[in-house]
Ligand binder design. Structure first.
Ligand code: AMP
Ligand code: ZN
Length: 479
């Protein structure tokens, strides 16, 4: 069983083969914290979560690094326009770092409600200026930069594989239209590594550097922080498809120019956009939907997660409230089914990580794993969960055990729903009594007092409770 991903670099499906056996270094571009994340941004982070959890289920130790962009993100994404952080701080009459802190908290509040696991390392750009300066120096020492008009630029003509990720042709690039009038650039795609006073006079945050007092360009933070925490070469890098032609293309150029190592990243994965009826959802254009706005309209955040999992990450997903209602209804039926199964069985080891041993449910778990191996096909993985829960031939314990195992990746809150049933007051005494009897029987078996052990089993049977001994201990169900 091998996880296969569609690698944007080379545009082909590839089996994941990690640099260090058993370990994965993964970097996902994090949020720019000048406003709330919109529900489109959250699509990217649900994908990262599915990837991390799938890799973990495959036995990898994953180091997941996420940056927080709290400085130098320009609205044109190409060194043009306003600085979004500064603009937001000015509009709200607050300091840049205060704004960043507020929206960082809001971001993690959203991801937590979506059952998105916290990355191993969360790193802020403003805490890593020295690392960025160090990396820029290496790029400069290797001859990939020029200084013009107070800014230090990356010279793409020195980096022949510049267009590889985005399938851009270098000869076409040079004659291509310019995105912004910057007299200093030799090529339209050259980009700033370090700004000084020559641009954006109103910068609140500036640092000393070998090129003068100023601030970093946007792209350098991802190169500097990923290299710091994952090494000069690592396994997987993710972001939205908008990042392919500029941000990620520039990240590769900087990183490989600095280290001389190729490839910097082995697998690049990119999520397609979530789109509205009216078109693209954009943070800078305003008027976007947040997770909180869905909650205010009565949805559970996990309804939105369910909605996202219903589409493959490389397909555009159209958001509408009708579609979200569909997801809510589907998740509700799923939870109802889990509740019904939980009523029929005793507490089962919800947290036990297993790879099967669930009898008839195993075939569904295999189909589930195969679906995720196929470039993280969450729609197919959801379908295996559904068919499992609909199959009346599968015993309630085995169905629930397999469903909970699947939900460690899907994150739809299934175990919590079952626990709700088992923790119900009227069930508690009963469940506790049975658990105590099972324990007594285990002890009797240990001391070879089979008369007592069988006596407990028979007494429970008379009350309609069947005990089943399995690899994860003794489970019980109602007859
Ligand atoms: P930002 O906070 O603007 O840097 O974006 C955070 C992440 O969300 C990036 O990986 C973007 O590529 C991604 N993204 C932005 N808009 C959308 C959208 N409408 N649908 C899916 N992903 C998006
Ligand atoms: Zn990035």
């Amino acid at each position: 069983m091998a996880l296969t991903l569609y690698n944007t670099l080379g545009r082909e499906f590839q089996a994941v083969n990690s640099l260090v056996p058993g370990q994965i270094g993964f970097y996902g571009c994090g949020p720019t914290v000048y406003n709330y994340a919109h529900i489109g941004n959250l699509r990217a982070y649900v994908l990262h979560d599915i990837l991390v959890k799938t890799l973990t289920r495959r036995g990898y130790r994953v180091t997941h690094v996420m940056n927080i962009t709290d400085v130098g993100h320009l609205s044109g994404d190409n060194d043009s326009g306003d600085d979004k952080m500064v603009k937001s701080a000015e509009e709200r009459g607050k300091g840049v770092l205060e704004i960043a802190e507020f929206y960082t908290q809001a971001f993690f509040n959203d991801t937590e409600r979506l059952n998105i696991q916290r990355p191993t390392v969360v790193c802020k750009a403003t805490d890593h200026i020295a690392d960025m300066i160090g990396l820029i120096k290496r790029i400069e020492d290797r001859g990939f930069t020029y200084f013009a008009g107070g800014n230090l630029y990356f010279d793409i003509s020195r980096f022949p594989s510049y267009g590889d990720l985005a399938l851009l042709r270098m000869d076409e690039l040079r004659t291509g239209a310019r995105t912004g009038p910057d007299e200093n650039k030799r090529n339209p795609q050259d980009f700033v590594l370090w700004f000084t006073k020559s641009k954006f006079e109103n910068q609140a945050l500036v640092w000393d550097s070998p090129w003068g007092r100023g601030y970093p360009g946007w792209h350098i933070e991802c190169s500097a922080m990923s290299i710091k925490y994952l090494g000069e070469q690592f396994d997987i890098h993710a972001g939205g498809i908008d990042h392919i032609p500029i941000h990620h293309t520039n990240e590769i150029a900087q990183s490989e120019a600095a280290t001389g190592k190729h490839p910097w990243v082995r697998y690049w994965i990119h999520n397609e956009f979530l789109v509205m009826d009216k078109g693209k959802m954009s943070k800078s254009a305003g008027g976007f939907l947040t997770l909180q706005s869905l909650v205010d309209s009565g949805y559970d955040p996990l309804d939105y997660r369910y909605f996202l999992l219903g589409g493959h990450y490389r397909s555009q997903l159209q958001f509408s409230f009708e579609a979200l209602n569909g997801a809510r209804n589907a998740r509700k039926s799923l939870l109802d089914r889990v509740k019904a199964l939980a009523e029929k069985t005793g507490l089962i080891p919800v947290l036990a990580e297993t790879d099967g041993g669930y009898g008839k449910a195993d075939a569904y778990l295999e189909a589930f794993d195969a679906a995720l191996d196929e470039d993280l096909s969450t729609p197919k993985a959801l379908a295996s969960l559904w068919t499992l829960l609909r199959d009346t031939e599968v015993s309630p314990q085995e169905a629930l055990s397999a469903a909970f195992t699947m939900d460690r990746v899907l994150g739809l809150g299934l175990a919590k729903e079952a626990e709700g049933v088992w923790n119900r007051v009227e069930n508690q005494d009963f469940v506790r009594e049975i658990a105590a009897l099972i324990e007594e029987r285990q002890a009797a078996k240990k001391y070879k007092d089979f008369v007592k052990a069988d006596g407990i089993r028979d007494a429970l049977k008379k009350r309609g409770i069947i005990l089943e001994d399995g690899p994860s201990g003794t489970l019980w169900r109602r007859e």
